[in-house]
Design a protein around this ligand. Structure first.
Ligand code: OGA
Ligand code: NI
Length: 332
């Protein structure tokens, strides 16, 4: 538990050596442009005659950036605010209220840990603490969630329902855009939901360290609430660009599994999180994942003799094992 960055870093003036990344992977001092080219898509237009236009925007963004933001969705702004507040309150609680969740055991369902699940094996640690737990089936999962702050279960339960609905809407638009049948993803492919809450405390030297190393998300899609503090960066044509925090927006990104299913039509793009010296940053990612025994392969509709499958079929859990054990690709 003493390993948590939020526990020991408060009055820390220097970055400890085991948080210093090599020059080629550290963020450095260069100013990263806050990018307004990552498309911002108005989802209120998806329900009327502009539906096909919205779908085209989503597909274009998913091919070019692997990322887009959505605004005017149906998740109430108050719920978004309450959820962010509850997450911040959780990390602000005294250590004794959090200790029962602290675990370095990857198979513990609801756990609080720091850096990555390979803490003991990694040379350099990440400047982040993380709380993660599954959200589906909700009633069952909720029993394992924190009871402090007192509104955690109520607020995060409502939030995960809404974020799940938003995910289904987006997956349906993507299915339509790819020419797949309605409900294509509404099954085992999107059955498992994992909420991963990152807390990046203020850092004495953000140019030397990272909150999250460059990675692709190992899932179908991610619905990310990034709050109002900058930190998320996306790799585009070999350059890092910052994703601008927009009020009440969600950042959506294509996961590796959707890249496989679409046979590379949609791109799962590398991204990372940087820290800052002024304020803590909290972000919450809802990972929409296939069930463990689900078989993943490029969908037949999108392959043909002239466009053969780029990936062989694999079981999701088989892929995850490999992903977790490969430190350059992991994000656990
Ligand atoms: C992630 C992720 C980005 C962020 O959790 O996979 O990329 O801004 N998070 O915290
Ligand atoms: Ni990610």
């Amino acid at each position: 538990m003493e390993k948590l960055v939020s526990i020991w870093s408060k009055d820390q003036q220097y970055l400890p050596e085991n948080y210093i990344f090599p020059p080629e992977t550290r963020p450095g001092k260069s100013i990263i442009p806050l990018c307004t080219t990552i498309p911002v898509i108005d989802l209120s237009k998806a329900s009327d005659q502009n539906r096909s236009n919205t779908i085209q925007q989503i597909l274009k963004a998913s091919k070019e950036f692997g990322f887009f933001q959505v605004i005017k969705h149906e998740v109430p702004p108050k719920l978004i605010n309450d959820t962010m507040d509850v997450f911040k309150e959780f990390f602000d609680m005294p250590a004794e209220d959090k200790v029962s969740f602290y675990s370095e055991n990857p198979s513990k369902t609801c756990k609080l840990y720091t850096s990555s699940l390979s803490y003991d094996r990694e040379e350099i640690h990440l400047w982040r603490d993380n709380l993660r737990h599954p959200c589906h089936p909700l009633e069952e999962c909720m029993k394992l969630w924190p009871e402090k702050p007192t509104r955690y279960r109520e607020v995060v339960g409502a939030y995960s329902n809404e974020a799940k609905k938003l995910g289904s809407i987006i997956l349906e638009l993507i299915a339509e855009g790819l020419g797949l049948e309605s409900g294509y993803f509404r099954n085992q492919l999107s059955e498992s939901l994992l909420l991963s809450i990152n807390h990046y405390p203020p850092c004495p030297n953000p140019s030397l360290t990272l909150g999250l190393v460059k990675h692709r998300d190992p899932n179908l899609i991610t619905i990310l609430l990034q709050g109002d503090v900058c930190g998320l960066q996306v790799l585009k044509d070999g350059e890092w660009i910052g994703v601008e925090p927009l009020p009440n927006a969600f950042v959506i990104n294509i996961g590796y599994i959707l890249q496989v299913i679409s046979n590379n039509k949609l791109k799962s793009v590398e991204h990372r999180a940087v820290t800052n010296s002024k304020e803590a940053r909290t972000s919450a990612a809802l990972f929409i994942n296939p069930a463990n025994d689900c078989v993943i392969e490029p969908t037949k509709t999108l392959t043909e003799a002239s466009n053969p499958p780029i990936y062989r079929a694999f079981q999701y859990q088989e892929f995850l094992m490999d992903y977790i054990s490969n430190p350059t690709r992991r994000n656990q």
